[in-house]
Design a protein around this ligand. Structure first.
Ligand SMILES: [Cu+2]
Length: 131
């Protein structure tokens, strides 16, 4: 399942992989890049169940670590949603639970440069479109 989703996000056709009926769900390809101390995009909008791929393009470590509120530079959660890549270079992925409540906005920061990234990032969770 995890391998399936990650493969889909890499752009490889995997229709039907592990599916047991119902409509296929198009991969969203949600992604965050970190470039020159900057999270891009600063605000990422995703639906519940999304895997977010993160690429740190800087030649040194950063983290993507959730906090409880904007301006709070400590690990925390909002509506039960939290994540922490730990310091890394290259690629990581975080999973937004399928049970995440739409309307939840989770701020995140870098534990190695708290308050010193260009902007704090945030992930906003919205309901899937119903069509
Ligand atoms: Cu950093």
């Amino acid at each position: 399942m995890r391998t399936c989703c990650l493969t889909a996000l890499l752009g490889v056709a995997v229709w039907g992989c592990g599916s047991t009926g119902g409509s296929p769900v198009a991969p969203t390809g949600a992604a965050i890049s970190i470039v020159n101390y900057t999270y891009v995009p600063q605000r990422l909008v995703v639906t519940p169940g999304t895997t977010v791929n993160i690429l740190n393009e800087d030649p040194f470590q950063h983290s993507v670590t959730s906090s409880s509120a904007p301006g709070v530079f400590a690990f925390g959660s909002v509506n039960g949603i939290s994540f922490d890549t730990g310091p890394f270079t290259g690629n990581r992925a975080i999973a937004i639970p399928a049970t995440a409540m739409p309307g939840t906005v989770v701020p995140y920061f870098c534990t190695l440069h708290p308050g010193n990234m260009v902007d704090q990032g945030e992930i906003a969770i919205v309901a899937p479109s119903s069509n």
